[in-house]
Design a protein around this ligand. Sequence first.
Ligand code: NOJ
Length: 565
Amino acid sequence: MNRTSGQENTGTWWRETTVYQIYPRSFMDSNGDGIGDIKGIISKLDYIKDTGFETIWVSPFFASPQRDFGYDISDYLQTAAEYGTEKDVEDLISEVHSRGMYIIFDMVLNHTSDRHPWFLESRSSLDNPKRGWYVWKDGKKADGQKPPNNWRSQVSGSGWHWDEKTQQWYWAAFLPFQPDLNYRNPEVRAEIFKMLEFWLNKGVDGFRLDIIGSIFEDENFRDSPFILKLFPDELNDGMFFRSTCMTQNLPESENFVKDLRKLLDRFDSPERFMVGETFGTSEVISRFCKDGGLHSAFAFECTAVPFNAPAFRRMITEYERCFPFPLLPVWAFSNHDRSRRFSALGRDRLKAKLNTAFQLTIRGLPFFYFGEEIGMSDAILNHHDSLDPVSFPFKKLPRPLFNLADRKVFGALNRDKERTPMQWNDRANAGFTTGDALPWLPVSPDYQLVNVENEAKNPDSLYNCFKRFLDFRKGSPALRRGSLRIMDEKTLPHGILGYIREDIDSGQQLIILLNFKNSEVIIPATAMLLQTGTEVLLSTETEHPAAPEAAGEITLSAFEAIILG
Ligand code: NOJ
């Protein structure tokens, strides 16, 4: 099946791309209602292209009561009125393609909104034909008033919710108003596959699949075993003393993505791509990518790794072990659910540049969250006013306690702070909306300093560092598709991470050196086996001398990264 956009077939484009995530509500408001929209995104496509990103991922814009800001879909085929029309979405796809870029949609297949007509029907009676479209179960005890088992949702408490009318419980892996679809029912699969086909036929280049590891639960509804762990972490084997093994990453879910892959593989010119939102160790997650499954999957382990050379070396080694070629790991440090990377790095611009250089030179698929390129931080908001439904049960906590709990769950307790509007300039509302309405979330007060206009003007800014690395990567076969060899730490001074990227076809070989120390480090020539004529091709600093020093040494300044070739 070919797309008619005029874009040439670039084969496995997705292996080499860079992805920019747009949270539509917060990106750009074109009609002055305080809520970002599709036309707003279209108006900023030139900015995204000019910055150097090649693919955009758009968080859900489908019809929704917006109780979880679009991750609660009530019609997969309609566009939410506040974001625009079907025509706007078609325009977005073709405007992206006409710039030689790609677009992926965010598909929430695990659950719908409880206001989706399917669920309204399903809950209307025990014998409604759609009853089996969701996961319903009798409760325990004679009166059924106790949940069927001890399964917990991903956000806290039991994931079972009582339906008074039909006297049964329904399962929701996330929030109570997001009932899980029942993929053991072939009708559900058929309907969902039809819906995906609808969008693929419209030319979308792929999907980001929301909590795809939660698609299936244990068929026999066995209790989750006890685990000695209170707080969640990025390894995600459990929390609050319950393992997740009955509700996440089941073999059925791994098989399900293979069926999705078969659907996507029916489309080409170009190939369509899927990346899964998965939770667990890299080892567990990589299973979803093997034997014709996902093209790639998020492994959020990286967000929890200390910012130093040995820890990063261990992390890459582990990712390479779990995602050997032709598998491809995703490198994402920020998104709409967790603290912004810039905040996690202590709002340190040098560290942020180093992190950027890492993401754009290591083997894998780099994903960035809007605003990351200009150093947007988590906004400081009062959680009593939060709009994020995840925070609602905790709203009454005093601020210090709330903040502590939020930190324990990587900033996911009140996700408003990482969703504040894009900071375009230093004018009213940071240029996000030009109407009278207030932005749906307050603009972060640092917008007068931290904004696109300011960052673009300053040659030494984080934004211009992003641009230089994106631009270099675009023209570098070694970075786009080359192999990776991690340099032996014994050959490098302490605090330095080094690796070699090589593309055999073009013969390009690059050495990447990253200084994780907050001080200058001299790297002796012997460490790098430099060939004559090797030069510093790019640095996170604007001032780095091109040629190595007299003795062939290279001096890296604090948190500097360089590419040699
Ligand atoms: C993960 C999404 O990234 C998050 O924003 C959403 O709230 C949940 N899944 C539920 O869909």
